[in-house]
Design a binder for this molecule. Structure first.
Ligand code: NAD
Length: 367
């Protein structure tokens, strides 16, 4: 049997630094758990522009379409700010998302107990929090036509159009139900069916898809009420599914319930491939952090947690993903902190590689 394949795109700034730590984790799973991956590595973003004059070479794009999962670090940097829009580093990432048709964006909000003090909310509201926001990523008001700024009478009018087809709603709903089946089997769908026709259709289609998932408890909530409930008592949720615009807002809100940007992973999933696995891109939420790049200060946990998501959602290795998350919980409980996690209570300062090594040791101890 061939090993599952992973394409690694470290990118720019702190991307390569955090990815070096992920490689240690990948090697550990190969050596200690018999979970070997065929890993290839390539360029994306500014470094790809420097070499090829484009932020994503066609060969890299083709490779991304073939592998079982893509793991990306971050792209961008001030030296590329003056480039033409068409070759900016971010265009490489956008091309990947578009051509892989990654319509389902997964943003977990998971609070490690040791970091509960970091939240702006009370500790008991966030400690142990583990929810997942599924955001529709390729349609809705960011893409709908007509759009633009037009002359109307003697003034200008700005127009964007919220537009969803049944099939667009159904496929993201299905991906959210599938996720709920791998978790606590509860799904809350959020829209504004009280004031938007697209919301009415959203609610109807999600309900219809739900008939195929009788084990999942489905609820519906208006997105504005959802925002309130997320800050009041976020632990009431397991999986939330919502559209592109509301998902943009709600996933940022939920993510920051838990503290630092250096801790936040994400996944973007598309349609199932011939082998049944979804097309998938895993990446930390943070950017290339040029202010700390090259100084050994970056927190690698967001990228390592992105690999944990790949284990769970691309490779059906939920127990191994939990082992990795448990190792991270252990090092945090032991007080190890990269600079971004050094709160008022202090801790033992570690570098990027120190954090990676400590997580590998905690993995060893988990055996
Ligand atoms: P950023 O996420 O790179 O950094 C914001 C702040 O958070 C900085 O102070 C940074 O030092 C800190 N930070 C981020 N990740 C960290 C980590 N892992 N450990 C410790 N601290 C961390 O956002 P920005 O400064 O707005 O953007 C910098 C560059 O990254 C820009 O070129 C931007 O376009 C790009 N960017 C890329 C992505 C991506 O690749 N997905 C996302 C956002 C921004």
């Amino acid at each position: 049997m061939t090993n599952p394949s992973l394409l690694i795109l470290p990118g720019d700034g702190i991307g390569p630094e955090v990815m070096t730590e992920v490689r240690k984790i990948i090697d550990w799973f190969g050596a200690k758990r018999g979970l070997a991956f065929d890993v290839s590595e390539d360029l994306v973003g500014g470094c790809a522009y420097d070499k090829h004059g484009t932020p994503l070479h066609d060969d890299t794009m083709a490779k991304a379409q073939e592998v079982d999962a893509v793991l990306l670090g971050a792209v961008g940097g001030p030296q590329y700010d003056t480039l033409d829009f068409s070759v900016k580093p971010e265009r490489g990432l956008l091309r990947l998302r578009k051509e892989m048709d990654l319509f389902s964006n997964l943003r977990p909000a998971q609070c490690f107990d040791a970091l509960a003090d970091f939240s702006s909310l009370k500790k008991d509201v966030v400690a142990g929090l583990d929810i997942m926001i599924v955001r529709e990523l390729t349609s809705g008001v960011y893409f709908g036509e007509p759009r633009g700024i037009f002359e109307e009478g003697n003034e200008r009018v700005g127009i964007n159009t919220q537009r969803y087809t049944e099939s667009e709603i159904a496929r993201v709903a299905r991906s959210a139900f599938d996720l709920a089946m791998k978790r606590d089997k509860r799904l809350c769908s959020m829209e504004k069916a009280n004031v938007m026709e697209s919301g009415i259709l959203w609610r109807e289609v999600v309900t219809e898809v739900g008939e195929d998932y009788p084990e999942v408890e489905l609820s519906h909530m208006y997105a504005d009420a959802g925002a309130m409930q997320l800050t009041r008592w976020p632990k009431q949720f397991d999986v939330i599914v919502t559209d592109n615009l509301f998902g943009d807002l709600l996933s940022d809100l939920a993510a920051m319930l838990t503290g630092s940007l250096g801790m936040l992973p994400s996944a973007s999933l598309g349609a199932p491939m011939a082998n049944g696995r979804p097309k998938a891109l895993y990446e930390p939420v943070h950017g290339s952090a040029p202010d700390i790049a090259g100084q050994g200060k970056a927190n690698p946990i967001a990228c390592i947690l992105s690999f944990a998501m790949a284990l769970r959602y691309s490779f059906d290795q939920g127990e191994e993903a939990a082992r990795l998350e448990g190792a991270i919980e252990t090092v945090l409980a032991d007080g190890l902190r990269t600079a971004d996690l050094m709160g008022p209570k202090g801790g033992t300062p570690v570098s990027t590689s120190g954090m990676g090594d400590a997580i590998v040791s905690a993995l060893d101890a988990s055996l």
